[in-house]
Ligand binder design. Structure first.
Ligand code: 9YW
Length: 423
């Protein structure tokens, strides 16, 4: 791969977003991911706003046009047929006119919409679009609280590793081992024909991913039933922090726009979420950890999902503790922040969410660290992120030891995040 100079990097990032632009939505990368992905789209909009605010708003509008009647916003919208991806609409069978998957993804939309509003060069456009989106995003948040926290614990569970956005994280290994594979049948993966199989989830994991899809499909994607019917229910601190942050940002926008009911309800959920998040703190690791609901125990796994809570308004003392945690990782990698601690023997520097660096995560963690007094650490994560692109290009993710580019190339959210880092 040709190195990318810092001088040309911003323009290069813009070109990546234009290459992946399908008009009203953006694909993460052609070939490997030929549809619209939920959190990819929202984070991509942050990049698009640097050169075309109108286009950025359209990205999010398109996603919300496919919101389900129950409030869920699906993780994939299959706008066009494409045989290059598995599992496609024929596997999901969600029965929608424009097919979608039947699960969701980390709800970054609330955060992104507020950021677009706060940085808008065209505030009238931003207010008009945000006024339309705030009630829709609030409905999605309510869906989470109703369907993924049925016992009102203050925290939501994911029912499929794909919902976390961190597909094959070590966090899921234990809970996932209880997901059966019987009756899954034969299928042909497509991802490994676009990307190196050694950088991807294993076949065994794919069988379990599909088993869960088939289980939910057999329940007609009825979200009032899926939670209790799933053998996989994991409370991920990173996912919950993203939800809490987005709910807080929507509360603020709702207040600004006189949407009092949404503001009040959202503030209540933020308070409950932040209080409950503390139950996931792990003193030994100095970070948060997941909770496996059916097993009734915390998960011993030092992943980035336990550092991501810095993105929500956790106590300042916790922000400092998480900064210390990242400082410790500095000695173990060349480029911050690895998605898993290399001190854990299960760490794999090249395999997807089991070690590699993802710029979207660096972006959210930097945003949260601003509340702490750690400017040097913020500068270090920012410069490591830029160095990764200089050395490895706009890849999906990178090896934290060598900067080797992994997964898909010419990747939308990587480009969008670089525009944010360079601004
Ligand atoms: C899949 C598109 C998606 C991301 C996820 C990432 C991966 C694979 O790619 O998922 O088949 O959906 O883990 O976070 O949204 O970039």
């Amino acid at each position: 791969m040709k190195p990318i100079s810092r001088l040309d990097m911003f323009d290069h990032a813009e070109r990546v977003l234009k290459i992946n632009d399908m008009g009203t939505y953006t694909v993460p990368t052609h070939g490997l991911y030929p549809f619209q992905w939920n959190w990819d789209s929202c984070l991509t909009a942050l990049g698009q706003a640097h050169f075309d605010e109108h286009r950025a708003w359209t990205e999010i509008d398109t996603l919300f046009q496919h919101q389900w009647e129950d409030g869920m916003v699906p993780h994939i919208v299959f706008h066009k047929q494409d045989k290059g991806y598995f599992p496609g609409p024929d596997v999901w069978q969600t029965g929608r006119t424009v097919p979608t998957s039947g699960i969701t993804q980390p709800p970054v939309a609330g955060y992104v919409v507020k950021r677009l509003v706060d940085h808008a060069r065209d505030p009238d456009l931003a207010e008009a679009r945000a006024r339309d989106l705030v009630p829709k995003i609030a409905r999605w948040h309510e869906w989470f609280h109703a369907c993924r926290d049925p016992k009102k614990t203050g925290l939501v569970a994911i029912l499929h590793p794909w919902e976390s956005g961190r597909d094959n994280s070590i966090d899921w290994d234990d809970a996932f081992s209880r997901v059966p594979t019987d009756g899954v049948g034969e299928f042909k993966r497509r991802d490994t024909s676009h990307a190196d199989a050694a950088h991807r989830p294993t076949d065994e994991q794919y069988k379990r991913y599909i088993w869960l899809v088939q289980r939910f499909r057999s329940l007609n994607w009825d979200n009032t039933r899926l939670h209790d019917a799933s053998p996989f229910q994991v409370v991920d601190p990173g996912f919950n922090a993203i939800l809490i942050r987005s709910v807080a940002d929507i509360a603020e926008l709702a207040e600004r726009y006189g949407m009092t009911g949404i503001a009040q309800m959202s503030r209540r959920h933020v308070a409950e979420g932040l209080a409950a998040l503390e139950s996931l703190w792990d003193d030994r690791l100095g970070q948060y950890v997941c909770f496996d609901r059916p097993a009734g125990r915390k998960v011993d796994s030092a992943s980035i999902g336990g550092i991501l809570p810095v993105f929500a308004a956790i106590p300042l003392e916790r922000v400092q503790q998480l900064a210390t945690r990242i400082e410790a990782l500095k000695a173990r990698v060349e480029y911050l922040i690895p998605s898993h601690d290399p001190a854990d023997p299960r760490f794999e520097s090249l395999r997807y969410w089991r070690g590699p660096v993802w710029l979207i995560i660096n972006h959210m963690i930097i945003d949260g660290l601003v509340r702490g007094d750690v400017p040097d650490l913020i500068a270090r994560i920012t410069s490591d992120s830029i160095r990764l692109i200089e050395e490895g290009g706009f890849a999906e993710y990178h090896d934290p030891l060598t900067a080797e580019p992994c997964g898909g190339g010419t990747f939308s959210w990587t480009a969008a995040m670089i525009m944010e880092f360079l601004q």
